[in-house]
Design a protein around this ligand. Structure first.
Ligand code: ZN
Length: 271
């Protein structure tokens, strides 16, 4: 059965901080109204390699985006390109890097910041250029996008947690407050999205380490949460399985009712 899906990608949100600080999402899990997994980020635990692995289902060695310094469009079938090729519409509210990867590169700071007629990958785009973009504005823009345009796939990408991590470090008051603040915004947004018939996934590209950074191999940067919430209100609580980020793209395709690309070799996960 196909569904519309919103994926909330919380940049820099580790698994343990989410469990400790996201009271609304954990309430859904505790009440069996959501399913919660831990998902393993790919290496290196930086943003662009993980954005691409989450959307193509292949490892960085294969997709080639092994560094944040590799700035180009995705060369592989990905969730955006497959959805639009199947006649669905997509949307993204996020940092400009998503426009570079799934719309057009190089990024045109004016022309690509907002559009509703994208002819490649992302149909409706709203992109920001500053890493301190308030998470509330990003999430609300995504909900409005869902209400106004009803795209089949909506990527919502927040950077407040990552920004706090780089400035103040994992475990700092600022980082922890950013995690809880996003949870409070999601407590408004998720019910509104469920009402529209969306399924919602909340995950992250990578976590943060004790040195105001990420990119390495420790569990603090590799393990991130994967919350799955369905409009019917059913969930399976905490699941012991540890997912791989490579499973996300085929899972999204499955949920959207489109065929995963042959390059998406990982198994979809149940949610
Ligand atoms: Zn970062």
């Amino acid at each position: 059965m196909s569904s519309k899906v919103v994926m909330v990608l919380c940049d820099g949100l580790g698994d343990a901080p989410a469990r400790d600080r996201m009271g609304f999402l954990e309430h859904l899990v505790e009440e069996q109204a959501a399913t919660r997994y831990t998902s393993r980020a790919v290496l290196p635990t930086t943003s662009r390699p993980n954005y691409e692995s989450l959307h193509t289902g292949v490892a960085p060695l294969e997709h080639g985006i092994v560094s944040n310094f590799i700035v180009r469009e995705s060369k592989l079938p990905n969730v955006f390109s497959l959805a639009t090729a199947a006649g669905l519409t997509t949307a993204a509210v996020g940092y400009q890097w998503f426009s570079e990867m799934y719309h057009r590169s190089p990024y045109d700071r004016i022309g690509h910041s907002e559009y509703d007629d994208g002819d490649a990958g992302i149909t409706h785009g709203r992109f920001y250029m500053s890493e301190d973009q308030p998470d509330a504005e990003v999430v609300i823009a995504a909900v409005l996008m869902a209400q106004r345009h009803a795209p089949s796939y909506v990527l919502t990408h927040t950077m407040g947690i990552d920004h706090a991590g780089h400035l103040h470090g994992r475990g700092s008051d600022d980082y922890n407050q950013a995690v809880t603040n996003l949870d409070m915004i999601l407590a408004l947004a998720i019910p509104a999205l469920l009402e529209l018939g969306y399924s919602v996934l909340v995950t992250a590209d990578h976590g943060h380490d004790d040195h105001k950074y990420h990119g390495g191999t420790g569990d603090d940067v590799r393990d991130v949460p994967m919350y799955c919430i369905r409009p019917n209100g059913g969930g399976n609580g905490v699941q012991p399985d540890v997912l791989s980020h490579l499973q996300v793209a085929p899972t999204l395709c499955h949920a959207l009712g489109i065929e995963p690309a042959p390059t998406m070799r990982a198994e979809p996960f149940a949610w």
